[in-house]
Design a binder for this molecule. Structure first.
Ligand SMILES: [Zn+2]
Length: 308
């Protein structure tokens, strides 16, 4: 009887934990308050995420990773404006007095780079050549834009570096959300920061994307020995939920591409396809109303051979 009670209690606790884990990008749906952000979350002894709200009416987080080692800090991605990225730098200061040595530009989009002027000088930036070209072009067009230092190190495939005894692999797993998408892999801790390759419970955002390449990139990420997949937007899950959510995102990408492809094959013109498309459960994901039309146009573009 005692064993049964323990077993029943265990099952109950497990079930409650699963129920408590609301899977959504919306902080309110997860039982958080807007005033809980920005926030720092300790994921392991040395790995943290920093989450601040993305600009715009729908509330969801832009997630950065920072890793503290005895010789300094590696940061993956910044926030969208100098004040927000100063918040990230201050949050790192609260955890360690070690200097920030590296900033990896995993996504070149403004919501992850436009605050980079707030990082202290003397940092080594790591960036994919495609993203470097995009950032350089932006800086030429607008003089007040943050400029990637000439010392930035380029990674077009992979770069392994060691800082304070921790091994980091900066990986290009293929084109996805920007074309210059980099991930940061920590083999010892089995963590992969994926930036905008993984938008956890956010509708696939394809303005500058490569839809079918993105699917292949997700498959590559899934094949790595990883326990914690960190998204660039949305929440970081741990335990088996992390893998499940990456899988869920992959399924969403497949479903969105399949629906656009179905309409394209039926000869439906793109504007009509936007009206007719049915994304089922993914219609409830954050940004679905703004991103669904963009996704259809992008898939049409690829199917029409206009995407290079
Ligand atoms: Zn973004």
């Amino acid at each position: 009887m005692r064993h049964l009670t323990t077993a029943v209690l265990f099952a109950l606790v497990t079930a409650l934990a699963a129920v408590g884990q609301v899977r959504a990008a919306d902080p309110i749906k997860r039982g958080l308050k807007e005033t809980d952000f920005p926030r720092t979350v300790k994921v392991t002894d040395t790995v943290y995420t920093y989450e601040d709200f993305h600009a715009g009416p729908e509330k969801f987080t832009t997630t950065d990773m920072f890793v503290v080692t005895r010789d300094g800090v590696l940061v993956a991605d910044g926030q969208g404006n100098p004040e927000a990225t100063k918040g990230l730098v201050d949050a790192i200061r609260k955890v360690t007095d070690k200097p920030i040595e590296y900033v990896v530009v995993c996504s070149d989009h403004g919501d992850h780079t436009a605050g980079n002027a707030s990082f202290p000088p003397g940092i080594t930036y790591i960036v994919h050549p495609t993203s470097k070209a995009i950032l350089d072009r932006q800086a030429e067009r607008a003089a007040d834009t943050w400029r990637l230092p000439a010392s930035a190190e380029l990674v077009s495939d992979r770069k392994t570096l060691t800082l304070g005894g921790e091994e980091f692999q900066v990986l290009f797993l293929g084109r996805a959300h920007t074309g210059g998408d980099l991930s940061v892999y920590l083999p010892r801790q089995r963590i992969l920061f994926m930036s905008e390759i993984f938008l956890n419970r956010v509708f696939p955002a394809m303005r500058s994307a490569y839809p079918s390449d993105w699917l292949a990139t997700l498959t590559k990420a899934e094949q790595l020995p990883v326990d914690i997949y960190m998204p660039g937007h949305g929440f970081t899950e741990t335990g088996p939920v992390s893998k499940e959510e990456l899988r869920e995102y992959h399924k969403a990408m497949q479903a969105v591409i399949a629906e656009a492809t179905r309409l394209h094959s039926a000869g439906v013109p793109v504007d009509e396809a936007i009206r007719q498309a049915n994304f089922g459960e993914y219609s409830s994901w954050t940004l679905s109303s703004s991103q669904a039309p963009i996704a259809i146009r992008k898939v049409y573009e690829e199917l029409d051979g206009k995407l290079r």
